[in-house]
Design a protein around this ligand. Structure first.
Ligand SMILES: [Zn+2]
Ligand SMILES: [Zn+2]
Length: 238
């Protein structure tokens, strides 16, 4: 399984870091966690067929996680019409807003497969399983557990504070890769939770510049775990 960070920045873009979007590739199928970038451009630049896109999973509706969604939905509604990718929205009412916005362009658009995110297993296509768990970042925000090829990856999404909403998936059992956000509290607050988790590899994503010294401190404390800062274009294979 290949995980590519297409956008690793926090609420705003930083030099050479776009807003949040991560691509998961397994068995020639592509899934996205959040879409703060122009995902079709990213697929095109990498020579990946657009039809490989099989699902989009939004953690919450803040613009840094959703701004690329309009472009993606627009293009698969009228041009890449054979793309079969359900789009999971924490706020399902966003579906009609996106549809109305596309209609303003007067394209011959098709109906898209919008689905709501709720707590629990939300997706299983036989290749990948996605389970959602609520976080306290806002009123409809989620962490995701991704299971494929017998492996587990946890994406925290945006959090309130590790003491309140550290992703429980990462505490449950062995996690090959845990992707945690680094924008809303000093990152070394993660330490006590990561220590008692089954995390094998840690990637801090969505980090603000002010938090980099705290992240470095955290990495220095975690001697048994492989650690890495997400950067745009970073690929992790597990
Ligand atoms: Zn964010
Ligand atoms: Zn947010």
């Amino acid at each position: 399984m290949k995980i590519t960070f297409l956008g690793s920045s926090h609420g705003i873009p930083e030099p050479n870091r776009k807003c949040s979007c991560t691509m998961i590739e397994t068995q020639n199928r592509v899934y996205f966690i959040d879409m703060g970038v122009m995902a079709i451009n990213e697929l095109t630049n990498r020579g990946i067929p657009i039809e490989s896109a099989k699902g989009v999973f939004i953690t919450h509706m803040h613009g840094d996680h959703t701004n690329g969604l309009f472009s993606f939905c627009d293009l698969i509604s009228w041009y890449y019409r054979s793309v079969e990718a359900p789009i999971f929205l924490p706020k399902p009412e966003a579906a009609s807003i996106i549809t109305d916005w596309i209609a303003l362009g007067c394209h011959q658009s098709r109906a898209l497969d919008f689905r709501a995110v709720n707590e629990g297993l939300i997706f299983d296509d036989g290749f990948i399983k996605i389970t959602a768990s609520k976080t306290l970042h806002n009123e409809r925000s989620f962490s995701y557990l991704v299971e494929a090829e017998g492996k587990r990856i946890v994406f925290s999404g945006d959090l309130a504070d590790p003491s309140k909403d550290f992703p429980k998936f990462a505490l449950d059992s062995k996690t090959e890769l845990c992707v945690l956000e680094g924008a809303h509290f000093p990152a070394d607050r993660y330490f006590e939770f990561i220590e008692k988790s089954g995390i094998k590899q840690l990637c801090i994503n969505h980090y603000a510049p002010w938090n980099i010294p705290n992240i470095q401190k955290l990495f220095a404390q975690l001697k048994q775990i492989k650690t890495v800062f997400a950067t745009d274009g970073l690929i992790i294979e597990i």
